[in-house]
Design a protein around this ligand. Structure first.
Ligand code: KIV
Ligand code: ZN
Length: 394
């Protein structure tokens, strides 16, 4: 039986705080609309203490989406928690997300505090947040470099103080799937079902999505992620990747979520228009090459049946259509198809032979051939569009 997983989107918080990603309130509202339309469970709309702009953006997202579960981030200090509470004031489904670092490294170099001091501050923070809202998430920053017994102790104390969700961030992207799963299993056991376990993975080793999925198997039921995987340094777990993994591999990942996968591409495009960069071309699911085929063998297989080289249809994730990219690796089959698509009819074997020779010469010399280049080539060779005269070349 497939179990429900909550998707906590942090595009507007962890994502927004990374280089090139800061957004104005109208831009944040555009992205929030895409998130609501897609069906994410929780939107982390900002870090209100960070700036007046962040505070206003959280308020604006709450105003425009009165039914959505909206989270605001706060360090485990009263001034942050009070500011987060004020930004969410009057909202129907507010969550305060408070965090404090728990690893030896952070305690020693960042705080110069003892484990007991940090534990006490975590408890006080959750108690204070609880005075404003029922739904309080506690995060142990740098949890994955925290000694596990102590991590369980802090998480337990935060739940005793009223936390409803306990998040175990891999803040520095240090985990491997098996290591993360072991730690999550220990926390799940210690929580004894008293709180939902959340995971927040960073992609420093390119394992963010794999680690999040491993954590589901260990008992986590909330994934924190961001559109296009934006976030601190190498980014957060990519929302589209975890959603697609659950869809494509239910045999191995028997979990489901409320996100409509056909909205993934549109959300990715919306975000790209609001920040300074889009996803890398070969980005899984939403990159411009994710459904593009250039190699002749692949194009031939794809044209015979798309399942030969695609594990999901582009439509299933909202991508307009697969692309056959014509370049020096392409074959006759794809060229034949493109000439037909461009209106030059069903060219015969010999005609394709002529066209293919000229095409490979051009493709060897130039990258990134466009449909216009193919049309020019066809016309130079004397082909014309069906209905405009002869279709055969000179
Ligand atoms: O990476 C991290 O630890 C965070 C926390 C604030 C949840 O972003
Ligand atoms: Zn983070």
């Amino acid at each position: 039986m497939s179990e429900q997983v909550h998707i906590f989107d942090t595009t507007l918080r962890d994502g927004e705080q990374s280089p090139g990603c800061s957004m104005t309130t109208p831009e944040k509202l555009r992205v929030a609309r895409a998130l609501v339309e897609m069906g994410v469970d929780i939107i982390e709309a900002g870090f209100p203490i960070a700036s007046d702009g962040d505070f206003d953006a959280v308020r604006a997202v709450c105003r425009e989406h009165p039914e959505a579960n909206i989270a605001a981030l706060a360090r485990a200090v009263p001034v942050d928690i009070e500011r987060a509470a004020a930004s969410l004031d009057g909202h129907s489904r507010p969550r305060i997300h408070c965090f404090i670092a728990t690893s030896e490294i952070h305690l020693k170099y960042k705080f110069k505090k003892s484990q007991q001091q940090v534990l006490d501050e975590a408890v006080k923070a959750v108690e204070l947040a609880k005075r404003f809202v029922d739904d309080v998430e506690f995060s142990a920053e740098d949890a994955t470099r925290t000694e596990t017994d102590y991590l369980c102790q802090v998480c337990s104390a935060s739940v005793d103080a009223g936390a409803t969700v306990v998040n175990i961030p891999d803040t520095v992207g240090f985990m491997t799937p098996d290591d993360y799963a072991e730690r999550i299993a220990r926390v799940v056991e210690a929580m004894e079902g008293r709180a939902e376990i959340s995971v927040h993975t960073h992609d420093d080793l390119g394992l963010a999505a794999a680690n999040a999925v491993a954590a589901l198997h260990a008992g986590a039921r909330q994934i924190e992620c961001a559109i296009n995987g934006i976030g601190e340094r190498a980014g957060n777990c990519s929302l589209e990747e975890v959603v697609a993994i659950m869809r494509v591999r239910p045999d191995r990942v028997p979990f489901h979520c409320g996100v409509d996968p056909t909205r993934l591409y549109a959300a990715s495009q919306t975000l790209s228009q609001c920040i300074t960069f889009g996803p890398q071309p070969n980005k899984a699911i939403v990159g411009r090459n994710a459904f593009a085929h250039e190699a002749g063998i692949h194009q031939d297989g794809y044209l015979k049946h798309p399942t030969t080289y695609e594990i999901m249809t582009p439509e299933s994730v909202g991508v307009p259509a697969s692309k056959l990219v014509l370049g020096k690796h392409s074959g006759r089959h794809a060229l034949h198809q493109r000439a037909a698509d461009l209106g030059y009819g069903d060219l015969g074997r010999e005609e394709i032979g002529v066209l293919y020779k000229a095409f490979t010469r051009l493709a060897d010399a130039r990258k990134g051939l466009t449909d216009n280049d193919i049309v020019l080539l066809l016309e130079q060779l004397g082909f014309s569009r069906v209905g405009e005269g002869v279709t055969s070349g000179a």
